[in-house]
Design a protein around this ligand. Structure first.
Ligand code: PMP
Length: 451
């Protein structure tokens, strides 16, 4: 692996240019100090000072195939030489091949693919399809969820990032999904949690009026809001409730899809087929922006003789589709999904549980594949979170200190509220995973000081 030559001066210039003109997502612009990235390969990236970071974040949980995979880079280069851009109204070889490969991997008759530029647009369009298909206005979504930051997607999002832009009139009703570690339903087992979450959903639908509800959207495995795996029977129960009330069931696989859980889609673990499936991130590891909606035969038929009222200039962009074709083919050829499952079972799962036993600040370990979370607490008995819900500034200091301790040890973590998520690329090797766990183990001593 060739590290870029260290050049601290160039790094300073990149930072200065960034500070002058780049406005960053989700940030107080005057309080941030973004790391300047000089290069990346596989599970690592480098800054301009020559420091190497093991990417336990996969950036924003998207580089499932690792950084700079040569086959994907080559496919983008080849496509760029051939055809860079063409409007969505034309038929293009790489677009139909990308659609075929996605459809081949999705269950049931989710056989038509509408391409977008990312996850939020996929969610926007899935909701629009459901509203037009049913003629109903409301959409249900979980409080513990993240569905994107565009108009409808941010309203569907349940976690606090919604608050600033919530209009309160978007026809969205939130519900509590299962969360055994912090049960809203006083459940004493996972099964009970799943059952009671379904009862809660039934009641909510009864009071909202089923005939007014177009869709229910759920992350198959809740990602940003905590890596929450659904208890046995929960997703099948939601499917049954949706069927009974004529509600379109949307599974959001933007983060969980394309190998993250050790299967192509997280839903493969649960045997449940939605009416619409949203994807992005891992479909091409984010090498070129891409997302989409996989659409059932019944919903696609709604738009057979009437136009679909939506579209995007870059829907099915050739460079994005070429990188998706190369990503999906390479993941199959190189057994990358199987690698994610194996690393989860043999290294990350046992390793994280072992680490947890040694650190009073770790309240719970949960996950599968390369999709894990450690929930950090002040007190394992009371489960009081290490930092308050939606902590910022001083209140968040313990998590900031923990993240800094990881970075000092060459590990780039994914930290959200009182949790650190362990979400490396699906390609990560056993040695890399073990190195990452050792760094995490050492950094957790900082969190223990606050426990
Ligand atoms: N849905 C889920 C489940 C996500 O995790 C995300 C992004 N973290 C989105 C939607 C939004 O995707 P994007 O940022 O590409 O718009």
């Amino acid at each position: 692996m060739t590290a870029p030559t260290a050049d601290p001066q160039a790094g300073q210039a990149v930072k200065a240019a960034d500070r002058a003109h780049v406005f960053h997502s989700w940030s107080a612009q005057g309080l941030i100090d973004p790391l300047a990235v000089a290069g990346a390969e596989g599970s690592y990236f480098w800054d301009y000072d020559g420091n190497r970071y093991l990417d336990f974040s996969s950036q924003l949980v998207n580089t499932n195939i690792g950084h700079q995979h040569p086959k994907v880079v080559a496919a983008i280069q080849e496509q760029a030489g051939k055809l860079c851009t063409v409007a969505p109204g034309f038929a293009v070889d790489v677009r139909s091949e990308a659609a075929r490969l996605v459809a081949e991997r999705t269950p049931g008759d989710l056989d038509k693919i509408f391409f977008t530029n990312g996850g939020a647009e996929a969610v926007e369009n899935a909701v629009r399809m459901a509203r037009v298909h049913t003629g109903r206005p409301k959409v249900l979504s979980a409080y513990r969820s993240y569905h994107g930051a565009t108009a409808a997607a941010i309203n569907l999002t349940g976690e606090p990032r919604r608050w600033a832009s919530d209009t309160g009139t978007a026809g969205v009703v939130h519900f509590f999904g299962p969360y055994p570690y912090r049960s809203n339903f006083h459940a004493e087992s996972e099964e009970q949690e799943g059952e009671r979450a379904l009862e809660h959903l039934e009641q909510l639908i009864a009071f909202e009026g089923p005939q007014s509800i177009a869709a229910l959207i759920l992350e198959t495995v809740v990602g940003t809001a905590g890596v929450l795996l659904p208890p046995p029977g929960y997703l099948a129960g939601v499917r049954e409730i949706c069927d009974r009330h004529g509600i379109v069931f949307i599974l959001d696989e933007v983060m969980a899809g394309f190998g993250r859980t050790g299967r192509w889609f997280a839903l493969d673990h649960y045997g449940v087929t939605p009416d619409l499936l949203t994807f992005a991130k891992g479909v091409n590891s984010g090498y070129v922006p891409l997302g989409g909606v996989a659409i059932s035969g019944e919903i696609a038929a709604t738009f057979d003789r009437r136009p679909y009222p939506g579209g995007l200039t870059y829907s099915g962009h050739p460079l994005a589709c070429a990188s998706a074709v190369a990503t999906m083919n390479t993941m199959a050829e190189e057994g990358i999904v199987e690698n994610a499952a194996r690393i989860g079972e043999t290294v990350l799962g046992p390793g994280l549980r072992e680490i947890a036993g040694r650190h009073p600040s770790v309240g719970e370990v949960r996950g599968t594949g390369v999709f894990w979370a450690l929930e950090l607490v002040k007190d394992a008995e009371t489960r009081e979170p290490l930092v308050p819900y939606n902590a910022s500034g001083e209140a968040n200091a313990p998590m900031a200190a923990f993240a800094a301790a990881c970075k000092k040890r060459g590990l780039w973590p994914f930290v959200n509220m009182n949790r650190t998520h362990v979400v490396p690329p699906c390609t990560i090797s056993e040695t890399e995973a073990k190195d990452g766990l050792a760094a995490l183990d050492a950094a957790l001593a900082v969190a223990d000081e606050h426990a």
